[in-house]
Write a protein that binds this ligand. Structure first.
Ligand code: NDP
Length: 448
């Protein structure tokens, strides 16, 4: 519950102005509630209306994306880019292509991104974008047509020193290639205006793996410090089977754990012998198929309709890596009852706020998304460094830097939580640690 008059006022006003934006209000509430102790100690924030400015995006662009499908029919989608906060660096954040995308989803992701990027310690502001375009079932040619149409508008809002988008749900290496190709064609410039690029045209090694690997580096450090434990010998459940989930599964296995379940939006597979990741990769990355096809190659595993049931599987560590609000209070109770010791978030806002609070109250190691999944954007920041310097670092160099960044993010988050009196309240820890730098920059830059 909000306690201070100032924050109540800011939130009420936000609610009035954005009344139908459920996800945006959910993310804003979670952040504002946890910032209260910091705001109380820093009266200059209220005096300078920093919180009012912090929750209001600097710019929000919505645009039409018209393109032609394989039947020759014109299709119309809606495109978005929110440029949320540039006080510490150029806007940075992914593009999501999914039918559920709307202003609320883009703004929730953008606001979270501001704090996440600050936590990486790299100079990146926060942004996010995307479209309600559904890539599922589209031909390669249709994906290219859409991406080219999308960039034909987006290019005028972005730039290597202004706003640098990357991928997110539905936007992987293939889409980034088409988007970048169109940007180059329009601008006649080879610059680091997008990250997550392919290696032959300016991408960074280890960017593909970064969010999933980073999540595991964060979790391993958190387990070590908070539970004197590690991944070794643990049973792990990973939701999703996209970019984040696949590389989380890979690194958790390398660190000695056994991943027994993964999902997609239709259902989940349970393989008590340990997921065969090469089978998942072939289905998801090569064929773009459905996770139930796993059983064709591993008949001893089982498939269950509906993704939610995955949280019923007893595990030591849960890594939600699919989408927002995929894990609610009921799921949290089952996980805790089944003996989970850590829940770290690869997806953005996968746990509802009451689920997150339940974990923290029960002294579960909880890795909030903006800290635990920051490895993706951190490595995007490293890709920007390499592009500016016209250099390419080795996989090992990037991976080493990623690991160092994730360990630092954990300690920054944890130390802040400890200083506030509850080491398990990593949500407050992450929000305040991220906000401190942004608010100092906003104060220093004057009113804008
Ligand atoms: P992908 O598009 O690669 O994969 C998303 C996966 O989640 C797919 O397997 C999809 O299945 C599955 N999924 C979607 N909805 C559900 C659901 N309700 N239940 C179970 N599975 C579901 O996206 P990413 O892996 O890139 O992104 C996943 C999450 O991680 C998102 O929240 C994203 O914002 C976040 N993230 C991503 C980063 C990155 O670098 N890519 C960085 C930081 C955060 P289906 O095929 O059926 O749609």
């Amino acid at each position: 519950m909000l306690k201070t008059e100032y924050i109540k006022r800011v939130y009420d006003d936000l609610k009035k102005k954005n009344e139908n934006e459920k996800e945006f209000l959910q993310a804003a509430y979670e952040i504002l509630e946890s910032l209260e102790p910091y705001i109380e100690k820093h009266p200059q924030l209220e005096k300078n209306k920093i919180i009012e400015r912090f929750v209001e995006p600097e710019r929000f662009v919505q645009f039409r994306v018209a393109w032609v499908d394989d039947k020759g029919e014109v299709q119309v989608n809606r495109g978005y880019r929110v440029q949320y906060n540039s006080s510490i660096g150029p806007y940075k954040g992914g593009l999501r292509f999914h039918p559920s995308v709307n202003a609320s989803i883009i703004k929730f992701l953008g606001l979270e991104q501001v704090l996440k990027n600050s936590l990486t310690s790299l100079p990146m502001g926060g942004g996010k974008g995307g479209s309600d375009f559904d890539p599922k079932g589209k031909s390669d040619n249709e994906i290219m047509s859409f991406c080219q149409a999308f960039m034909t508008e987006l290019y005028r809002h972005i730039g290597e020193d202004t706003d640098v988008p990357a991928g997110d749900i539905g936007v992987g290496g293939r889409e980034i290639g088409y988007l970048y190709g169109q940007y180059k064609r329009i601008k006649n410039k080879t610059v680091g205006v997008l990250t997550g690029k392919g290696i032959p045209y300016g991408g960074s090694l280890a960017r593909t793996e970064a969010t999933g690997y980073g999540l595991c580096y964060f979790t391993e450090e958190a387990l070590k410090v908070m539970k004197k434990d590690s991944f070794k010998g643990k049973t792990v459940v990973v939701s999703g089977s996209g970019n984040v989930a696949i590389y989380a599964c890979k690194k958790a296995t390398e660190l000695g754990a056994k991943v027994v379940a993964m999902s997609d939006s239709n259902g989940y597979i349970y393989d008590p012998k340990g997921i065969k990741l090469d089978v998942i990769q072939e289905i998801k990355e090569v064929r773009r198929g459905r996770i139930k096809e796993y059983l064709e190659q591993v008949p001893s595993a089982s498939y269950h309709e509906g993704p939610k049931g995955i949280w019923q599987i007893p595990c030591d560590i849960a890594l939600p890596c699919a989408t927002q609000n995929e894990l609610d209070l009921e799921d949290a109770k089952v996980l805790v009852q089944n003996g989970v010791i850590a829940v770290c978030e690869g997806a953005n806002m996968p746990s509802t706020l009451d689920a997150a609070k339940y974990f923290m109250e029960h002294k579960i190691v909880y890795g909030p998304a903006k800290a635990a999944n920051a490895g993706g954007v951190a490595t995007s920041g490293l890709e920007m460094c390499q592009n500016s310097a016209r250099l390419s670092w080795s996989f090992e160099e990037v991976d080493e830097k990623l690991k160092e960044i994730m360990i630092n993010i954990f300690h920054n988050t944890y130390d802040t939580a400890v200083s506030l009196g509850d080491p398990f309240d990593t949500l407050t820890g992450a929000n305040i640690a991220g906000f401190e730098k942004v608010s100092k920059a906003m104060l220093a830059l004057g009113v804008y």
